[in-house]
Ligand binder design. Structure first.
Ligand SMILES: NC(=O)c1ccc[n+]([C@@H]2O[C@H](COP(=O)([O-])OP(=O)(O)OC[C@H]3O[C@@H](n4cnc5c(N)ncnc54)[C@H](O)[C@@H]3O)[C@@H](O)[C@H]2O)c1
Length: 352
């Protein structure tokens, strides 16, 4: 039996993760899965009550006893500094060495695309965001805080090992999926040390993958191209900060945060899956959040663990929901979170 930790977190995280779990269990009824879903209550509520974010021994437990983690989202207005969210999310990414942030950008229906004259064939690429280094490592400090002479330093860390492994992962993904183009975005014209490392590494690794075109972009030019000619891209690899930003742009190309799924992968260990969106306090508790991103995240988790038929069932059911407009309001439907999840589960249950 494979154990999957389920950590819904805060706000709409709890609402959409519930629907993701229902979808996994619906596929189980058609094709039994040898998995056990284990609910965990880490999040703002637990932090406010106990001061615990995620204890060190929990990471050991994940490493030893779990095959994957399904997360919702973290962030609660009652914790204005977001300490628990940083600890749980960044802690999991760093401590489990989830160095691959895998974010597909795939338009499922033309009606969702904010760009003119773009079809589902034009928006279909994958972003690999480096997930354990960059400016997110929290190295730096503030000097003379609160005075007119205040100085704030925030370091960006790029290691040879860290840069090389994410770039190699992106090329290997392209090779495995018969894709022909890998783009890398940095800002090496202005950031002449760290991003020079990215640049050299990229072209060195590219030499191992003949037949795949390696193209370098400065991040500003890539952002422009993502809007003007998204069809140019098959695989994009970039650093932690740039990847964070361009995948929110990517989510909009697909139709919004309610549709974007992601994986945080350690190819040699336990991996974590979460929707791209946050806890959306503005709509939390109202049964209006779109559960599709979380449901597609569950699909990604099942695919990662090799349950391809169960994953395919979820994908087909989401496509039916889109085609029949059985969606939440922000995508033009009239269903609530739970009702949209129920519809997707009913399609899974009638899947042949
Ligand atoms: N991975 C994470 O846990 C994660 C990621 C991003 C933000 N956050 C946290 O979430 C909180 C809110 O952040 P934010 O507002 O910048 O980002 P957000 O993604 O929560 O919301 C951005 C906008 O998108 C909408 N939205 C998001 N998900 C949606 C869904 N499933 N269905 C319909 N609409 C949806 C929200 O209503 C909001 O208007 C903050 O505390 C932030 O730190 C957490």
């Amino acid at each position: 039996m494979k154990k999957i930790a389920v950590i819904p977190g805060d706000g709409i995280g709890t609402e959409v993760t519930n629907e993701a779990k229902k979808a996994i269990l619906a596929t189980n009824a058609k094709k039994p899965l040898d998995i056990e879903l284990v609910d965990m209550e880490y999040g703002a509520e637990k932090f406010l009550k106990t001061g615990v974010t995620m204890p060190e021994e929990q990471y050991d437990d994940f490493r030893k006893n779990y095959s994957a983690i399904l997360m919702g989202a973290f962030g609660d207005p009652r914790v204005p500094g977001n300490e628990h969210a940083k600890d749980i999310l960044l802690g999991t990414r760093f401590k489990l060495d989830l160095y691959v942030n895998f974010r597909p950008v795939k338009l499922l229906d033309e009606k969702f695309c904010p760009l003119k004259n773009k079809t589902v064939n034009d928006i279909d690429f994958t972003v690999f965001r480096e997930n354990t280094e960059g400016v997110y490592v929290g190295i730096g400090g503030i000097f003379k805080k609160g005075t007119p002479d205040e100085v704030a330093v925030q370091e960006e860390i790029n290691t040879r090992k860290g840069v090389e492994r994410i770039i190699r992962y992106a090329f290997e993904f392209a090779k495995k999926n018969n894709l022909k183009k890998v783009a890398m975005a940095d800002k090496s014209n202005a950031m002449q040390f760290g991003h020079n490392l990215w640049n050299r590494c990229f072209f060195e690794v590219a030499k191992e993958f003949s037949g795949i075109q390696a193209k370098h972009f400065y991040i500003d030019a890539l952002a422009m191209m993502m809007i003007r000619n998204p069809e140019e891209f098959e695989v994009i690899v970039t650093n932690n900060l740039f990847g964070d930003i361009i995948t929110d742009m990517g989510a909009q190309l697909q139709g919004g945060m309610g549709l974007a799924a992601s994986g945080n992968i350690n190819p040699a260990g336990v991996s974590m899956f979460e929707p791209v969106h946050g806890s959306a306090p503005d709509i939390a508790g109202r049964n209006i959040a779109n559960p599709v991103a979380a449901i597609l995240t569950a699909e990604m988790l099942l695919r990662h663990l090799g349950y391809l038929q169960n994953a395919d069932m979820i994908e087909r059911a989401v496509r039916v929901a889109i085609q029949k407009n059985k969606l939440t309001r922000e995508l033009g439907g009239d269903l609530g979170t739970k009702e949209c999840g129920d519809f997707i589960c009913s399609v899974i249950k009638s899947d042949n």
